[in-house]
Design a protein around this ligand. Structure first.
Ligand code: ADP
Length: 288
């Protein structure tokens, strides 16, 4: 029924008999399309800050070009010089922001490609949840303080997840960073943890702008942003949640989101509490 889904090939078998071979190519086409879209997205995302850097550096060169002749009036000359310095600083500050964005984009792309290429989780071990949560909160503190956001931790003590500590820290850091970035001023971000049988659920809740139903399914896609302008303003790359999703999957866990537009969001990382061989056996009725 899918126009691109099946390739039919007539094969002569002998004695006038013709056999029709069918090959399902839907997946191959889909993978190829996703790959091409991704490359196009990467190029576009890289070109934006590079273009901005080119324009800004030209503007900076113009602003610092020595004037062909100095104004005769020394006061006017001083005023002109002060104006040029102020303009140069503005351009240089924007260049710094754009190059930071570019650096972040490249390191997140590398991170994503490492996660996608990994065949198994490196160095899994029991990781204390409270230490990783405290670290993520510490890193978010400056941005949170600037918006008067209270950071709250509930019930993480004594819990461990079985995984890679760096990856766990990256995933949680991304969720907390987003919670702060998409929160209103004078609100709270709460990180809570709960042991649920063989896994630990770590939730990051905010009282921020929330996500509408049309965007909710797509926020874990690479470069998908519900609000392009806001993401850019917060220095976002559109890769943070794709990284979180890969980390959760590499751990044999998952990440879920509950959200309402204007009503805040809760992202929950569900990670294994123990190594796979120490997991409880399936109930007897499921044994083969
Ligand atoms: P970005 O770098 O744009 O934040 P992410 O992959 O981390 O990229 O998130 C993808 C999109 O999901 C964001 O652009 C934003 O629209 C939405 N989003 C993520 N976290 C939140 C949140 N806590 N509240 C509201 N929207 C969020």
């Amino acid at each position: 029924s899918q126009p691109l889904g099946v390739h039919l090939r007539a094969v002569a078998v002998g004695g006038g008999l013709v056999c029709v071979e069918a090959a399902d190519v839907t997946d191959a086409h889909r993978v190829e399309r996703v790959r091409r879209d991704f490359v196009a997205n990467v190029s576009h995302e890289l070109k934006t800050p590079i273009g901005a850097l080119q324009l800004l550096s030209e503007a900076l060169l113009d602003a610092t070009e020595p004037a062909p002749e100095q104004p005769a009036d020394p006061e006017a000359a001083a005023a002109q010089a002060a104006e040029d310095v102020a303009a140069s600083r503005r351009f240089a500050e924007r260049m710094k922001r754009e190059s930071t964005r570019l650096g972040r984009l490249v390191s997140e792309l590398l991170e994503l490609s490492r996660l996608q290429g990994a065949e198994r989780l490196p160095d899994p071990e029991p990781v204390m949840v409270d230490g990783v949560v405290a670290e993520a909160m510490d890193r978010a503190r400056t941005n949170a303080a600037a918006k008067h956001i209270e950071l709250v931790v509930v019930g993480t003590r004594g819990l461990t997840v079985y995984g890679n500590d760096n990856q766990f820290a990256t995933a949680l850091g991304n969720l907390v960073e987003n919670a702060v970035a998409y929160s209103h001023e004078h609100s709270a971000v709460v990180v809570s943890a709960l042991a649920e049988g063989d896994r630990v659920d770590i939730s990051v809740s905010d009282q921020g702008i929330g996500i509408g139903p049309g965007d909710l399914d797509r926020v874990f896609e690479r470069f998908y942003r519900a609000d392009q302008a806001r993401s850019r303003a917060t220095g976002g790359t559109g890769l943070g949640l794709a990284i979180v999703k890969h980390i959760a999957t590499n751990h044999g866990g998952r990440v879920d989101v509950r959200s309402r537009l204007g009503g805040g969001s809760t992202f929950t990382l569900r990670l294994p509490a123990r190594p796979p061989e120490a997991m409880l056996p399936l109930p007897a009725s499921f044994e083969i």
